[in-house]
Write a protein that binds this ligand. Structure first.
Ligand code: GLU
Length: 420
């Protein structure tokens, strides 16, 4: 992405900022505050991969387990050229607050490998993925730490991870979630994050007195999250006026052909030939006239240097950490409602939980049951967050972090965290 012009904070600083603010607001005791400020465990494993041309490349697979007071660590595995330990740390901590806020019996973790998928053949990607599992296997397990897709990974990577783990320790579908349907995956997982974004937007719009039918939406990032969010919002009657991907952004104030854009994205067709669109830059997309803006790509895209240009009434964070603290302060000051990442994009991990339940019980649910659970859990999480924000006159982001942090802190206290 070329949109990161001048972020005023790294993703780790962004996550830490929210944590510190919540810890202060709930009066978290110093001992717990110190424990939760750091991850429980971090691993960096060497992953040597024989490349197709015969040469060897050595990648590093990271897994950060932030906190497991509420249950096994849970969170995705990200492949991206800029992944580093600090980014994985930030994302792991965010998972702790996300699973707690949504009432899931999981802690928070995240994995990552610094690689550019576009540079690797399928065989190389498979060997790297299996290598990551071999390097991390000792700290994973269906009751210990469960990985899932994130940026750059999807059902195929999950299938390889599941297979590699099963070769090492015996058949274990519940070792990862986000698997293909034919391999113990659940109905509704691929679209879950995007569907959840739309549910969060719908709830926030209702509270803000914004009519979603006819509301204009801009979606930054048209990968798994962005494309399904656009599709779901379109079904709710929104007019999607702008979307962007790595190749650039397209705009049509009268509404884009969402169905065709989604079809092309699924088929891997690049470009927008034959569509009635105006080309704009990624940066311009963030500032288009619209009611709802959904950043659904990388972190740090809305920052102190560009938050003033955002025209939307509502920002619904499909990505993790898309808004820096500086950008957030400007949006709040301007009265823009921000539905924070740990709430807005929780649909993915919610349906991962449903997949894990099915795997541990050897059952397969119908799509309608998954959708109903997702709907219920998203609206409950929104309701709790919104009520808290009204009660304490704080933003949805502050409220979400306070609720999540309180639940984790209570579990840690009950378990006894300082016995060693
Ligand atoms: N990677 C997703 C997230 O950031 C999903 C994690 C999961 O399903 O465990 O929430």
């Amino acid at each position: 992405m070329t949109t990161i012009a001048s972020p005023d904070a790294t993703e780790l600083q962004t996550v830490t900022h929210s944590y510190e603010a919540a810890a202060g607001a709930i009066g978290l005791a110093d001992d717990l505050r110190t424990v939760l400020a750091q991850p429980y465990r971090e691993i960096a494993a060497q992953v040597p991969v024989r490349m197709d041309g015969g040469g060897l490349r050595v990648f590093t697979a990271y897994r950060v387990q932030h906190n497991g007071a509420l249950g096994p660590f849970k969170g995705g595995l990200r492949y991206h050229p800029q992944v580093d330990l600090d980014e994985v740390r930030a994302l792991a901590a965010a998972m702790t607050w996300k699973t707690a806020l949504t009432g899931l019996p999981f802690g928070g973790g995240k994995g990552g490998m610094t690689l550019d998928c576009k540079e690797l053949s399928e065989g190389e990607r498979q060997r790297a993925t299996r290598g990551a599992m071999r390097g991390l296997e000792k700290v994973l397990g269906p009751m210990r730490d469960i990985m899932a897709p994130d940026m750059g990974t999807g059902p195929q990577e999950m299938a390889w991870l599941m297979d590699e783990y099963s070769r090492l320790v015996g058949h274990t579908p519940a070792i990862v979630t986000g698997k293909p349907l034919d391999l113990g995956g659940t109905c509704g997982r691929v679209e879950a994050t995007g569907e959840g974004v739309a549910i969060a937007a719908r709830e926030a719009a209702r509270e803000a007195g914004l009519e979603l039918p006819g509301a204009r939406v801009a979606v930054q990032g048209f990968g798994n999250v962005g494309s399904h969010a656009a599709d779901a919002l379109h079904r709710l009657g929104c007019v999607v006026v702008g979307v962007s991907d790595i190749e650039g952004a397209v705009y049509n104030p009268g509404g884009l052909d969402v169905g065709e854009l989604v079809r092309r994205a699924r088929a891997g067709i690049a470009g927008h030939d034959g569509l009635d669109v105006e080309r704009i830059t990624n940066e311009e997309l963030l500032g288009v006239e619209c009611e709802v803006l959904v950043p659904a790509a990388v972190g740090g895209v809305i920052h102190a240097g560009n938050a003033d240009a955002v025209r939307a009434r509502m920002v619904v964070e499909g990505a993790n950490n898309p808004t820096t603290p500086g950008g957030d302060a400007i949006l709040n000051e301007r009265g823009v409602t921000v539905v924070p990442d740990i709430l807005a994009n929780a649909g993915g991990v919610i349906v991962s939980y449903l997949e894990w339940i099915q795997n541990t019980q050897n059952v397969q649910w119908k799509l309608a049951q998954v959708q109903q659970e997702l709907e219920q859990r998203m609206t409950d999480a929104f309701g709790v967050t919104h009520a808290r924000s009204l009660h304490e006159r704080c933003t949805l982001r502050e409220a979400a972090h306070r609720v999540g942090l309180e639940r984790v802190a209570a579990a840690l206290r009950l378990r006894g965290f300082d016995i060693y």
